[in-house]
Design a protein around this ligand. Structure first.
Ligand code: SF4
Length: 183
């Protein structure tokens, strides 16, 4: 379990392994519907931010890349390569590990009511029932997983804060830390 590891950055790696195992179990419920594969980079958009504990994980494992390689040009994720593959794939952030799955999360309405929301990548929409009709355990439930990651972030920095992936390539090392209320 990620919580047993005292270094929060190493604990995030273990957390990612748990995410991968659980995501594979959810994907297996959908047969061929989930068509995510190397080279499909539709969800690798520009402007992604990550919690600083995940940024530190990327720095630890990909220092050479950050120092010597060029960032992908504006318009897509800075870590893409020219073939549409991720250059930090084993250490990509949590958010990149579940994107093609049917997603489920809870939002508060104006009246303070909690409402479950669902979504799926348009490329995986066909080949199964509408996401609204799926049983709960056939969806990736974002809240509990983000809660686990938030606890690791608190252990790392004492607060929720994010940085832009693109900023990690800055040669001066200057990274703007963004406060976040709902992350
Ligand atoms: S970190 Fe990798 S998987 Fe995540 S958006 Fe960037 S290129 Fe895609």
């Amino acid at each position: 379990m990620a919580g047993m590891e005292s270094d929060p950055v190493v604990a995030v790696e273990l957390f990612h392994e748990d995410v991968d195992r659980a995501a594979a179990e959810v994907a297996a419920l959908h047969g061929g519907r989930i068509r995510c594969e190397r080279g499909c980079a539709d969800c690798c958009v520009d402007g992604l931010t990550v919690l600083t504990v995940e940024a530190e994980l990327i720095r630890r494992h990909h220092g050479d890349l950050l120092r010597t390689a060029d960032p992908y040009p504006l318009g897509a994720c800075v870590f893409l390569d020219r073939d549409g593959a991720c250059r930090i794939y084993p250490h990509r952030p949590y958010v990149c590990r579940t994107q093609g799955l049917p997603l489920s999360w809870v939002e508060e309405t104006g009246g303070g009511q909690l409402v479950e929301m669902r979504d799926i990548c348009p490329l995986n929409e066909a080949g199964g029932p509408p996401v609204e009709e799926l049983p709960e355990d056939a969806c990736w439930r974002i809240g509990p997983w983000e809660g686990r990651l938030a606890r690791l972030q608190y252990a790392f920095a004492g607060r929720l804060e994010r940085v832009r992936l693109r900023d990690l390539f800055r040669p001066d090392g200057e990274v703007e830390v963004l406060p976040c209320r709902d992350c």
